[in-house]
Design a binder for this molecule. Structure first.
Ligand SMILES: Nc1nc2c(ncn2[C@@H]2O[C@H](COP(=O)(O)OP(=O)(O)O)[C@@H](O)[C@H]2O)c(=O)[nH]1
Ligand SMILES: [Mg+2]
Length: 295
């Protein structure tokens, strides 16, 4: 096997002390097309992968939390794209210091959804992983997401309520709301999700063409989860543990954002309704215009 699996040259010291964000993937320019055959990155002691992985981090005033976030990111990732929500603290400076190769992108509008959509557009990797900047996500889990994708899934969806997952960060009210909204999505769209509003997910970049995201706020994860199932993409849930936000407070407001999520769910047409109206349109087109009655 060793003659087949050739680690991509990182161009630098592969030891854990090596500076992150400086030497990743020096031999491979993703804009030049798919990674060269035979070039694999070892991502664990058991797995090596070829596709470059981009990590997108939406961050609004998270300077104090970023050291915890970057500490857990594996050094084999191809790029980190941090989308800054016009932070008034040192988020951007801290990110640059901790991960010298970080790409900082300013968002056009407001909200987490707007930030993620901006970040996804900026990614150059084949695989995109979305990770919150509040210290609640463990970057070491990325390998589980990536493993699912290289094994055949289109969308690796984090779940705090699948076996092996958990949360230290959700209040009782948020758990209740998430559960109820998840049940509505499962019923309406024929999904079998155990979690709905979770920010830790990964997917092949081509999925973006099929889900055509258009939202601004915290409803973004729900919209993604609905559209991937509507598009017939292969979704695999990944058990994930959400830790407590380390510094600061959540920007989410349970009632306001819960209602936004509900509006998205109700606004998306179910597969069955879409299919029914498509069939009706096709039938009408096949039958042609109804002849006018002679008076
Ligand atoms: N760029 C950007 N990031 C945001 C915005 N709103 C939230 N975030 C980030 O999205 C992530 C999740 O937000 P958080 O407030 O922790 O919400 P919670 O995890 O649902 O409680 C964090 O990394 C925030 O900094 C925004 O308007 N712009
Ligand atoms: Mg959070």
């Amino acid at each position: 096997m060793s003659s087949v699996l050739q680690p991509v040259s990182t161009g630098g010291d592969p030891s854990p002390g090596a500076s992150p964000g400086t030497s990743h993937d020096a031999s491979y320019d993703p804009s030049s097309g798919p990674s060269p055959a035979g070039k694999y990155r070892p991502v664990s002691s058991h797995l090596a992968i070829a596709p470059p992985v981009s990590v997108v981090i939406p961050a609004m005033n998270e300077a104090e939390n970023l050291p915890y976030v970057f500490k857990t990111l594996p050094d084999w990732i191809h790029e980190v794209v941090l989308v800054d929500g016009n932070s008034t603290d040192a988020t951007v400076e801290v990110a640059r210091e901790l991960w010298p190769g970080v790409r900082i992108v300013g968002q056009r509008g407001k909200g987490k959804g707007d930030a993620l959509i901006t970040g996804f557009e900026a990614c150059t990797g084949d695989i995109v992983v979305m990770v919150d900047a509040d210290g609640s996500a463990d970057g070491q889990e990325i390998v589980s997401y990536v493993s699912a994708l290289v094994s055949g899934a289109d969308f690796a969806k984090g779940s705090r309520f699948a076996n092996g997952g958990g949360t230290d960060d959700m209040t009782f009210i948020r758990k209740l709301g998430n559960r109820a909204l998840c049940a509505v999505v499962n019923r309406k769209f024929g999904a079998r999700y155990t979690d709905l509003c979770y920010g830790y997910n990964a997917f092949w970049r081509h999925c973006l063409d099929e889900i055509d995201l258009d939202c601004t706020g915290f409803e973004v994860e729900t919209l993604m989860n609905i559209r991937v199932v509507k598009a017939g993409l292969k979704v695999q849930e990944i058990p994930s543990h959400e830790y407590l936000r380390i510094h600061g407070v959540s920007n989410l407001r349970a009632v306001r954002d819960g209602l936004r999520v509900l509006r998205v769910i109700l606004g998306e047409r179910s597969n069955r309704r879409a299919l029914r109206s498509r069939t009706r349109a096709t039938t009408l087109a096949a039958v042609g215009p109804v002849p006018e009655k002679a008076s």
